[in-house]
Design a protein around this ligand. Structure first.
Ligand code: ARG
Length: 458
């Protein structure tokens, strides 16, 4: 008899290359703990259904505990023919406790087993990623509070647009991350569904109490249809979409900081801990951490695309294609765990240069405020915009900064200009005007900080 778990009907030998091609243990051994926990719970369910005696169940649970210890200590020896984590664990269990191990798989298939294992595993990973993400958001909120006085140019089209608080820029990223956290917490509910007890596709024939089993495994729900349960990888696709979008957000944050850390901007300096030098140019300090955040976003988007393409044409229930769900998922989890912690480290250790930011503020960025001044005196905005544009042009022609036009100059453009117009040429005054909710005034930014703090505390 073949030693394969499914060897009963086979007589020919497998091509060794096919054996390798088919094997997933190399990567799915990461699921060892989930697989053991799932099997121990399943043994309990079999005992409740009287398919195992209490003694047999105890023997299996204990034997699986020993297998787990071997994985944990690194003592587990992979044997030839261990195709995946499920067969490896069962093979080892059989060696340890003998033929009673052969009762564990009663009514179960690797199809419901693997779907359960991946969900159990991902559930734990999501909790870790959520913690990392919350750390990042908390740091952004606290820096925003501490550095509330710092002003910088805000850009559109990468052109200087209007002054903003540095904190407002920082929180603009924090809010994207906050949506990522919401999304992760929402999708976690859909990961938290137990397929076990679905069998290969048609269901479990032995009256397993799936609700009790789900309770033992801490699942929030059981899958309602066995055919769907063994083929559903929506939770992987959804997680990968989350991961891809999260990486996109980190990438855009990184891109801003790469620009701001360039010599030409000089707004921020990255800590040595997150930079590297050049092997050729002694003066270089490169923002590698940020470039890798940007660069790694590509592979995660690729994983989402790869998985969805793999799923697209699958007929109902389990097909071996589904084994290809794991490597992209594992790599995405690893990439995100790394990226979130690196982003957090970068932000925690970043030095800002408020004086350089101030130097980059040009009076032209207050042209809108000049128009707003007229608006407050009853001039229609379209007309006021035109007048402010004419002022910019006049300053250009005179070769002076916009703020150095005299009151008389301005009055040739519009009669509503008065002595108090000079108050417009103040960047602090400008940001304080943007006081509606969500704006860059001190009060409006601190309200954002408070909202994030409250969310973090809840
Ligand atoms: N290693 C397989 C996977 O990851 C386990 C399920 C195998 N099921 C089967 N019918 N061959 O999908």
């Amino acid at each position: 008899m073949s030693s394969k778990l499914w060897g009963g009907r086979f007589s020919g030998k497998i091509d060794p290359l096919m054996e390798q091609f088919n094997a997933s243990l190399r990567f799915d051994q990461r699921l060892w703990k989930a697989d053991i926990v799932g099997s121990q719970a399943y043994a309990g369910a079999l005992a409740r259904a009287r398919l195992l005696t209490e003694a047999e169940a105890a023997q299996i649970v204990e034997g699986l505990g020993q297998v787990a210890e071997e994985w944990a200590s690194g003592a587990f020896v992979v044997a030839e023919g261990d195709e995946d984590i499920h067969t490896a664990n069962e093979r080892r269990l059989t060696e340890l406790i003998g033929p009673v191990a052969g009762k564990l798989h009663t009514g179960r298939s690797r199809n419901d087993q693997v779907a359960t294992d991946v969900r159990l595993w991902l559930r734990d990973q999501i909790a870790v990623l959520d913690d990392h993400l919350r750390d990042l958001i908390a740091t952004a909120a606290e820096r925003a509070a501490a550095e509330i006085e710092v002003l910088m140019p805000g850009y559109t089209h990468m052109q200087p647009a209007q002054p903003v608080r540095w904190s407002h820029w920082l929180l603009s990223h924090a809010w994207a991350w906050r949506r990522d956290a919401d999304r992760l917490e929402e999708l976690a509910v859909r990961v938290d569904v137990m397929p076990l007890g679905s069998g290969a596709l048609a269901g479990n024939p032995f009256g397993i109490d799936r609700a009790a089993l789900a309770n033992d495994l801490g699942f929030g729900a059981i899958s309602p249809n066995s055919m769907d349960a063994v083929s559903d990888r929506d939770f992987v696709a959804e997680f990968l979409f989350w991961a891809a979008l999260m990486m996109l957000h980190l990438s855009r944050f990184a891109e801003d900081l790469i620009i701001y850390s360039s010599r030409e901007f000089g707004f921020v300096t990255l800590a040595d801990a997150y930079s590297t030098g050049s092997s050729l140019m002694p003066q270089k300090k490169n923002p590698d951490a940020l470039e890798l955040l940007r660069g790694k976003s590509g592979r995660v988007v690729g994983h989402l695309t790869g998985l969805m393409t793999m799923l697209k044409g699958l007929p109902s229930t389990y097909n071996k294609d589904l084994q290809e769900d794991k490597e992209p998922l594992f790599d995405a989890v690893d990439s995100l765990a790394g990226a979130l912690q690196i982003a957090h480290g970068v932000l925690t250790t970043l030095t800002i240069h408020p004086a350089h930011m101030t130097l980059a503020l040009a009076p032209e960025m207050l042209a809108t405020d000049l128009a707003d001044y007229l608006v407050r005196r009853g001039v229609p905005f379209r007309e006021a915009h035109h007048v402010a544009g004419a002022a910019v042009k006049m300053a250009e022609v005179q070769g002076v900064p916009l703020a150095e036009l005299t009151l008389e100059d301005l009055q040739t453009l519009h009669s509503h200009f008065d002595g108090d117009v000079l108050a417009v040429w103040d960047f602090g005054h400008s940001v304080e005007q943007r006081d509606a909710a969500g704006g860059t005034s001190r009060r409006a930014v601190l309200a954002q900080v408070d909202a994030l703090r409250a969310w973090l505390a809840a």
